[in-house]
Structures are given as structure tokens and as C-alpha cells.
Design a protein around this ligand. Structure first.
Ligand SMILES: Cc1ncc(COP(=O)(O)O)c(C=O)c1O
Length: 402
């Protein structure tokens, strides 16, 4: 554990955090517990739905002198390997339902109706598209394949061949874009506009908020599962969650805010120090776009800009922002792969636990965040070995042998 104590970490108290503000008093509520209930009801009917495990990490809790650490292990979500399976595929489903209902006048269509093939002729005329670092694209492609529409996925230059192959396996057409993630987002939006495709984006921009909010509503099902799995008298005192564009962190914070109001846990948003767009946004109090390529090993967190609706939520509901180096993720992956209680965590997947491990051994930061021997900490293991080759290179062992 000692190596973590020497890693560089930046820590910022959210200057705009507002515990006094009621969830209903926001000018706009992008997510809701009733939306979570609707997504939960739908996703529970999908044939391969299973809640993912909530793992307790007692040895690490003892090492860090904390009461409890939980790790929501998304490595086997829908067989896709990440929590993202809950968002993009759910949004594709909802878009196709709207399309078919408008075309046929039917109401209350379900996944079973679409899967029956009865509406294939209609859904085949639809094309969904998105830009991705990997996992979101896999979710959208999987949703498109299941529910019967065409799918075109945009990848930037830094996305590995392994991630590309994993998306293409769901029948998506792949387009490589020169430049960084933000360049691929721009290209997907332009092409969607030009061809009349549905842009199933996980990042909101002004004028493009509806579908990203459905994607994020899908993520809240993971949070609801956690509180179904936890003993009711053992609510977390702290929640660490990683951010790329901030959609996941905002989904977590919105859920906690609406459900527990001012009594919600302390929330800590964790980012790679090479792609800390949410941190920069919080620091400047307004949306900031980072220059450069945000080249981090935590590839799925590589983004230079924050989703607008994610920031709308995080602005008042998140308490802290921290940044960690790539090395923290690698050390955490190795730590989790230890034979005593092995867990397969991917580079971006372990980031929130890496954030806890990085701050957890420094008395100054512990004190600031209120981490004590009675703290119960929830972290999100958002992906498994979604690129098995990279995993093997970093851990020196195949994920299959963990
Ligand atoms: C595994 C994993 N974890 C976390 C995130 C971060 O989610 P967001 O971009 O919504 O902040 C992503 C995004 O793709 C991801 O793939």
C-alpha cells in the first residue's frame, strides 16, 4: 500500500456545493427517482439482466483504517464488461420504442415486442450513431443489434484495436477519426445531422440533452442496485466515483441528492490528472474545455470537456474533486488481482478505488474529506478487462486466470 502515499494528488473542495438546496428546487431536474424506477422496471425484463455484485473489501478497509469499503463490480454487466451497458443500450431501446410507437400508433411497447421481430421492417430503417472511447459504443452497438437497427460508431485515434474489435463484434460499422475524443464527438454529430441518424450520445451539449439524460438515467439503475444490496443500517458515509465527461458521477450524485437530500454521503469525483475536465470546470466555476489529447491510460475517462447536464447536477451536489496519476490505476488493478480475493478491474474501472487508496494514507487529506475509522466508503468498479490485451500487459496475467 505504501506506493500510493507517494503519488501526486490534487484535491479541490467544490466551492459551489449546496447541501441546503433541495433537489426539487433546481431550475431543471434532468434525472429523477421515478425515471430510475421506470428504467429499473424495463431493464429487469431483459433476458440476461442480473444485478452485478457489491463486493466488500475488508483487507483494504483494515489497511486504510476505515470501517468498510464496497466495490460495485460491473465487470460482468450484461456480458459487456462495464456499467455502460445500462446507458447506451437503454437509450437505443427508448428511441426505437418512440419511433415504432409514432409510426404504428401502438402504445406501451416493451423489449419483448421489439425482440419478437414484428417491427423489424420499421427499426431497420433507423440508424443510431455515437462517438466513443470504447464502452459506450459497445453498449449502443449491442442495443442496436438486439433491437434491430443499423449502427455507426466513431472512434478517435487513441482507441485501441481491441476495443474497436469488441464493438464491431456487435455488427456496428466503424469510423476512425483523426484527433482526440472531442474530435470524434464532433464528427459523429455532423454526420448524424447530415444523414438523419439518431445520435445516442453520452455527452450533453446545448441543444442535445434529451438522449444523454436517458443514458444517465440508465446508469442510475446501478446505483439503485447498490442500495438494494447494502444493509439499510449501513449506508455509506463517502462515495468515490470516477468521471470522464461526468455523466456517471452526475447520475450517482443526482440519485443520492434526491433520495437523501442534505443527509446524503460525501461525494468525491475522481479523474485522471491528464484528463481532468470536471476538476478544471469546478475550479473555474464554469464549463472549461481542455486543450491537447488527454492521453491517459484510463482511456475511458479521457475527455477534454464536461457534459453540460452533468455539470448542472454536479455543480451543487458533488463535494470534492480529486485527480490521480495513471500509476494509481495500475497499482490498484494489481492490488485487486491479488490471489487473496481476486477481482478483475480495468484501467478506468478501478479509478474511484484508486482515488480512495491515494488519499486514504494521507492524514491531511483524510482529515479534509472526513475519512475516519468509522467511515463506510462506496466505490464503483465500472469495468472489467474490457481490453484483455492491455489488462494482461499491465497485470502480467490474463484476466481469465484471475
Ligand atoms: C469504464 C468507465 N468508467 C467510467 C466512465 C466515465 O463515465 P462518464 O464519461 O459518464 O463520466 C466511463 C465512460 O466511458 C467508462 O467507460
Amino acid at each position: 500500500m505504501t506506493p500510493f502515499a507517494n503519488l501526486p494528488v490534487a484535491c479541490l473542495r467544490n466551492p459551489q456545493a449546496r447541501r441546503d438546496l433541495a433537489y426539487d428546487d433546481q431550475p431543471q431536474q434532468w434525472l429523477s427517482l421515478s425515471g430510475t424506477a421506470a428504467a429499473w422496471a424495463e431493464l429487469h425484463q431483459w433476458s440476461n439482466y442480473q444485478p452485478t455484485p457489491l463486493r466488500s473489501l475488508p483487507e483494504i478497509a483494515t489497511d486504510l483504517d476505515l470501517d468498510q469499503i464496497w466495490y460495485k463490480d460491473e465487470s460482468d454487466r450484461f456480458g459487456l464488461g462495464s456499467f455502460k451497458a445500462l446507458g447506451g443500450a437503454y437509450a437505443v431501446f427508448r428511441q426505437l420504442v418512440d419511433y415504432v410507437q409514432t409510426a404504428t400508433g401502438q402504445t406501451d411497447l416493451t423489449a419483448a415486442d421489439l425482440l419478437s421481430g414484428r417491427y423489424r421492417e420499421l427499426t431497420q430503417a433507423v440508424t443510431v450513431t455515437t462517438a466513443t472511447d470504447g464502452n459506450h459504443g459497445r453498449s449502443v452497438a449491442w442495443g442496436a443489434q438486439q433491437f434491430g437497427c443499423r449502427c455507426v460508431i466513431y472512434l478517435h485515434a487513441g482507441v485501441s484495436a481491441g476495443r474497436e474489435a469488441a464493438i464491431a463484434a456487435y455488427g456496428a460499422e466503424m469510423v476512425r477519426v483523426a484527433g482526440n475524443y472531442d474530435d470524434s464527438v464532433r464528427q459523429a454529430a455532423e454526420d448524424a445531422q447530415a444523414h438523419g441518424w439518431i445520435l445516442v450520445s453520452d455527452t450533453a451539449h446545448p441543444g442535445n440533452t434529451t438522449i444523454p439524460s436517458v443514458v444517465m438515467q440508465g446508469y442510475t439503475v446501478m446505483v439503485a442496485e447498490v442500495f438494494d444490496q447494502l444493509p439499510p443500517d449501513q449506508l455509506p458515509t463517502h462515495v468515490f466515483v470516477q468521471a470522464g465527461v461526468g455523466g456517471l458521477a452526475a447520475a450517482v450524485c443526482a440519485y443520492l441528492w434526491e433520495r437523501w437530500g442534505r443527509d446524503r454521503p460525501t461525494t468525491i469525483v475522481v479523474e485522471p490528472d491528464r484528463a481532468a475536465c470536471v476538476y478544471a470546470t469546478a475550479q473555474q466555476g464554469k464549463l472549461v474545455t481542455l486543450e491537447g489529447d488527454q492521453d491517459t491510460l484510463m482511456a475511458c475517462l479521457s475527455s477534454g470537456h464536461t457534459s453540460t447536464i452533468a455539470w448542472d447536477i454536479l455543480r451543487h451536489s458533488s463535494d470534492w474533486f480529486i485527480t490521480i496519476p495513471d500509476e494509481a490505476a495500475v497499482l490498484t488493478m494489481q492490488h485487486l488481482a491479488h490471489p487473496r480475493s481476486p477481482i478483475v478491474g480495468g484501467e478506468s474501472g478501478v479509478a474511484s478505488l484508486a482515488g480512495l487508496l491515494t488519499v486514504g494514507q494521507r492524514s491531511d487529506l483524510r482529515q479534509q474529506l472526513g475519512l475516519t475509522t468509522t467511515s463506510r466508503v462506496l466505490t464503483f468498479g465500472t469495468e472489467g478487462a474490457t481490453d484483455p490485451e492491455i489488462y494482461q500487459k499491465l497485470i502480467n496475467r490474463s484476466a481469465l486466470h484471475i
